[in-house]
Design a protein around this ligand. Structure first.
Ligand code: ATP
Ligand code: MG
Length: 149
């Protein structure tokens, strides 16, 4: 089983899309492991997006990410990092296919409503950055035997 870090960004929260995003992840069959509603500092977001530090949009991105509440979550499932990235669509919503989260729910690259880890290595780093061990709940969904062979 893999875990990935997912955050509904401030624009997604403001637009009331937390429920829609959770619904898509739940109905796909992924398991929610940890969640918190929080507002991070600009320095925290700079650390989260450290690999983008040389990009021209880095400062604005980190400022925006810290401007309001985000819904931070860890989800688990078989091959989840790749599957969630496919569910998100492309970074630019304009390139995202209908049916994907960004392709259905947003328009602008700087307001693309959701973050999802892009590799297993980054997922591990982001899960550790955002969550402490005691914030995880260990539980088995009752549908588990009907979801996985
Ligand atoms: N060319 C750009 N102009 C403005 N903002 C951008 C641009 N490219 C990326 N961003 C913003 O920076 C975020 C992080 O960029 P990244 O390349 O990691 O894309 P991503 O992995 O699809 O998005 P995220 O990491 O938020 O899930 C994007 O989600 C987007 O909001
Ligand atoms: Mg990214």
């Amino acid at each position: 089983m893999e875990r990935t870090f997912i955050a509904v960004k401030p624009d997604g929260v403001q637009r009331g899309l937390c429920g829609e995003i959770i619904k898509r992840l739940e109905t796909r069959g992924f398991r929610l492991c940890a969640a918190k509603f929080m507002q991070g500092s600009e320095d925290f977001m700079k650390n989260h997006y450290l690999d983008l530090k040389d990009m021209p949009f880095y400062a604005g991105l980190c400022k925006y990410m810290s401007s309001g509440p985000v819904l931070a979550m860890v989800w688990e499932g078989q091959n989840i990092v790749k599957l969630v990235r496919m569910m998100l669509g492309e970074t630019n919503p304009a390139d995202s296919k209908p049916g994907s989260i960004r392709g259905d729910l947003c328009i602008n690259i700087g307001r693309n409503i959701i973050h999802g880890s892009d590799t297993l290595e980054n997922a591990k780093r982001e899960v550790d950055l955002w969550f402490k061990a005691e914030e995880f709940v260990n539980w088995t969904p009752c549908y588990q035997p009907f979801l996985y062979e």
